[in-house]
Each structure stands twice: as structure tokens, then as C-alpha cells.
Design a protein around this ligand. Sequence first.
Ligand SMILES: Cc1cc2nc3c(=O)[nH]c(=O)nc-3n(C[C@H](O)[C@H](O)[C@H](O)COP(=O)(O)OP(=O)(O)OC[C@H]3O[C@@H](n4cnc5c(N)ncnc54)[C@H](O)[C@@H]3O)c2cc1C
Length: 551
Amino acid sequence: MPEYQVLIAGAGPTGLVMANILGSFGIATLLVEANASTVSEPRAVSIDDESLRTMQYLGLIDKVRAQIVPGYGSYYHSAAGACFARVLPDIMDYGFPRRSAFRQPLLEAQLREGLGRFPCVHTRFRTRVTHLRDAGDSVSIDLRSDEGVLETVRARYVAACDGARSGIREALKIPMGGSTYEQRWLIVDLAGSTDRFRHTRVYCDPARPALALPGPHGTRRYEFMLQPGESPEDLLVESRVRSLMARHSAEDAGLEITRKVVYQFHARIAARWRAGNIFLAGDAAHLTPPFAGQGMNSGVRDAHNLAWKLALALRGELGEGVLDTYESERKPHAWSLIQMAVTMGRVMMPVSAIYAFATQWGLRALSLYPPARDYVMQMKYKPKPRFDDGLIVHGVGAQLCGRMFPQPMVETEDSRLVPLDEMLGGGFSMVELEEPGVVPQALGAARLPVRRVRVIGRDERFVADAAVLAGAVRVRDASGALERALRASGVRAVVLRPDRYVAAGIALAAGPQEADRALEAIVRLSERKPAVAGPPAAAELVVTPWQAGRS
Ligand SMILES: Cc1cc2nc3c(=O)[nH]c(=O)nc-3n(C[C@H](O)[C@H](O)[C@H](O)COP(=O)(O)OP(=O)(O)OC[C@H]3O[C@@H](n4cnc5c(N)ncnc54)[C@H](O)[C@@H]3O)c2cc1C
């Protein structure tokens, strides 16, 4: 029976990101996809800064960047057409714009192509996962190809990235919790747009809430809410679609329609994200209304969080307890983004003219107060990438621990200006201030390999006689942002995880052994036994197909 370390069910964005990361760690991985190829129809259109940072981690950012429209905002309009709020974020804390327009089919194709770099990753398209048996120390999985070829493989772990209608989640009998929120929206994709306006327009009209979103390569999307009692068939009639668009733009009403479809949106989250050796990720674990453009982005965060933990546990560098921190870190954050989307939906879809009047004038009034205007304009309402409970050593540097570390530009010793992550490598890293007379932190007692990056101040230059440590890279803090972030949190150094979250801080006044102690603490945390272990599924799981794949 073919043996893999990880089997991934589903080659949507979540499964593809996970396969790329596992491949980069040399993990024997099988990616199984029911469809013949990656998705061809447009779906997600907005990619956030955290996902782009993950694309950078995958070594694909140059290709991805060439196909996106970076940094766009949203203009909110009343029923009368007046703009009452603008969201135009220009901060780039993590090295990328907070929102960029992209095309899911292109991104998926790039991610699939990226797998070609890793001989340890095998793919099977036109093949479905049909049965799973979790024996406790591994899972055996039955596959069936479209040609009817049956095969059984074994994997230590399974990642169910099989989308909103996850057959694996259903077979595990894991219920979806959350609100009963349900919305139907007509989605219309257009080609050949010459509209020069680069931001989203949101039409908060109680009679017909709608959005118009620009995309790369002259594409454009409209989304219209269906009112209760309206039938999708009526709205999908071409003349009706064109008249809906004509309310907002005569040009758009005449463009080529590449796709029109009615979607039902939900706001739900799986009660558990792990059962024994099987993990849920992406839409299989959570469903987000698209108003915040976060469904895929949350899936990319899941994939990044889970993949390195699987890899380091399989390589024996961390204990298997690290796998239980996946759900404790990701679930609260995913839920907070679902709630953000629901709140944004309330502004976009006012239930009455009075409600619209109140919220729109409320937002106008807020914009007179600069901190409030900044809060809206810079998208500060978006939940921060942070967690309280997981693989972090609490105590020192509380302001940074459990948070995603910023990504400023740094200067290398050979005078190149590069984003910080380019220097960090793919595993754990330690970013530390280098100061004359301060003994460098010792590293090496813990079993966890760590790349160390020594930072000299913005006003300093590299000097030949500085304490050069074997294996360490040195960078200049070109903007001063690194030193500010570290000192504001009272730390000399931080230990970063492969997903660029801060795992531990080393105090400014710490002795030279402190980093080693922090690394040992991280390893100990990963060896913790979970309070309630996710039980392996006792019986054979039958994965029921849902209309040949895609959700
Ligand atoms: C209209 C619309 C607009 C959206 N806009 C945005 C946006 O702007 N930004 C954003 O972030 N998100 C957006 N989303 C959400 C986003 O598209 C999804 O969240 C994302 O595609 C989920 O990725 P996934 O990999 O988890 O699941 P999917 O993309 O659904 O992939 C799951 C895959 O698993 C395969 N599969 C299923 N069962 C099996 C099986 N038994 N064996 C093998 N393979 C199987 C399926 O064929 C499928 O390819 C939008 C969604 C819609 C519908």
C-alpha cells in the first residue's frame, strides 16, 4: 500500500497552499482532487496582506504579484448615489497592501504549478476520496478515479480541504455551528471593462444592495442581493441582469458576461476542526459571507498554520501536541472574521430606508473625528492576526507574543533592500538587536533548528569587527521599524514561527541563555498532551460525493 505522511483531500486554494508548504519541508504528500483541474470559474476576487505574505513564503510572490491589482479600497454609496464612507487602507504592516484584486483561477493554477518544485508531493486529479479508516497511528484512505480505478493508500495524517460541502466533515458527523444567517446573491462576472475607477463601489440601497468590484485584466464583478421571495431563475435572465447593472453603469450593462450565478452565503463554523488524525481546513471548517472578502484568505491562514506544524511534528522537531494548537489558534480568529463580514453586511444591506439613513449618517458623523475616520479608512476594524492560546510562551513581550510580526524593509550586508521575510528562511527564526557590548544569545541546546537574524540600528553601518556568529545573517533596520517594535514591547529579540507569528520574546535585560530557555519552552509546549484528545473515528467513514466536487 503506498504510504504518505500527509494526504490532502481537495485542491482548492487551501489544499494547494498546504501542499506547497509540506513540499518545502520535504514531507511525502498526496494531494487528491475530484475535478479534472483547478477551478476555472471566477470565485474569490480579493486577496489580503496576510495571504500575500504566505505567497511570499511559498516563493511564488513574484508570479502572483504579476497577476493582481495591488491595493484597492471601497467607496460606500447611499441609495441616492452619495458616497458616505471610504475605506482606503494604505498601511502595509506585513509588507503588502491590505486588499488586492486577484483571480482565483490564476492563483490556483500558479499554486498547482508551484508543486512541480517538490518531488515529494504527488497529485491525483479526477480522483475522489471515498472512504477513510483512522487506525490511531495512521489513516487508510480509499480513492476512486473517474475511470473507476480503485486504490487504497495510507497516510499518517489527513487534511480535509474539501470545501463548503465537505464530505469528510459530514462523515465525521462534525456539526456546523454559528448563525442561521443565509443570503442569496446574484454574481455577475464581466470582461472587457475600460472603467478607470480602481476601487470597489458598494451600493447600500435597501431596495437592491449591490457591489461593483474591479478585477485584473479588464474583468469586473457585480453582486446583487436577492430579496426574500425572489427566484434565482428570474434574476438570471440576461435582460434582467443587464437592467440591474444599467442602474449603476451604462458601460457595464453592455459588457460581455462571462458568468452569472446565484450563490447562497452562510456564516458558520465547524464545531471541531480535528478528529483523531483528520483535520478540517478552509471552507470545510468555516463559511464566511463574502462581504469582507475573507473566505479564501481564512483558508490560506488555516493552511499556513497547520502545514508547518504537521511538517515539524513529522520531522520530530516538535512534539505532536503542537497539532492541537491548530484549532485553538485558528478557530477564534476565523470566527471573528465571519462576524466582521456579517457586520459589514449590515451596512451593505440596510433592512429599511430608516436603518440605511441612520447607519449612513452615523458613518458620515464618525468621519469628522480623525481617529474614527482612520479606523474605518485603514480597515482597523479587521481582527488582527493574533491568538491568545496556542504555541506561544507567555510572559515576556506580551505586546508581540501571539501576533504576526511586522515585515519592514531591511538592508543586507551586500547593500540590497529586501523585505524582512526574505532573510528568515522557512523554519523558526530569531530576530535580535545587535548591540556593542551585549553578549549574543546562545542557541543550540534545544532540538529546534533556528535561523538567527541580527539587526543593526538604522543609524549604524556594518563593521568588520562586530560579533559575527556562525550561521547568523545580519541586516540593517532600514526604517527603524524593527527596533521600535522590539523596544516598545521591552524585548531584545523575538522567536518567530514559520508563519511569522511571535512565539516568544527575550527581555532587553535577559542573560545570554534566555533564548535557549525560550526554545526549550516552545518544544515543551508542543509536547503537552491535549486536555481532550480528538478521538479517532471508530468506524469506516464513507465520504458521500456532492455533485462531483466543487462546493
Ligand atoms: C461568489 C464568491 C465570492 C467570493 N469572494 C471571495 C473573496 O473576495 N475573497 C476570499 O477570500 N474568498 C472569497 N470567496 C470564498 C472562496 O472562494 C472560498 O472560501 C475558497 O474557494 C475556499 O477554498 P477551499 O480550498 O477551502 O475550498 P474549495 O475552493 O471549495 O476547494 C475544495 C476542493 O475539494 C474538492 N473535493 C471535494 N470533495 C472531495 C473528495 N471527496 N475528494 C477529492 N476532492 C474533493 C472539490 O472538488 C474542490 O476542488 C468567495 C466565494 C464565492 C462563492
